[in-house]
Design a protein around this ligand. Structure first.
Ligand SMILES: [Zn+2]
Length: 98
């Protein structure tokens, strides 16, 4: 498909889980289509997808089901992100283990 940002062919759709809101109001929406373009490196949601997300959020009590899930925080800095080694080690050690 064509990339809306650079206009070139080759953009792909990736399905991801996205979280909206915080705490007890947090809502996970699975299989959200994200367009990613290997040409320009951009990833974005289409207007249609954003509209559907708003619709799901608005009707969450009908469209969402309550589930118990385990939640983990990704605490390590992404590769290439400048961060002191000591802070990195500390955050790794504080990650919950099971
Ligand atoms: Zn592009």
């Amino acid at each position: 498909m064509r990339c809306d940002v650079c206009g070139k062919e080759g953009a792909r759709i990736r399905r991801v889980t996205r979280a909206y809101g915080r705490g007890r109001q947090e809502l996970l929406i699975r299989n959200v289509p994200v367009v990613t373009c290997p040409r320009c490196g951009e990833s974005y949601l289409t207007a249609e997808t954003l509209y559907e997300i708003e619709r799901i959020k608005l009707h969450r009590h009908n469209l969402a089901e309550r589930r118990q899930v385990e939640v983990a925080e990704f605490v390590r800095a992404p590769a290439g992100e400048a961060r002191p080694t000591r802070a990195l080690q500390r955050s790794v050690r504080s990650a919950p283990r099971r």
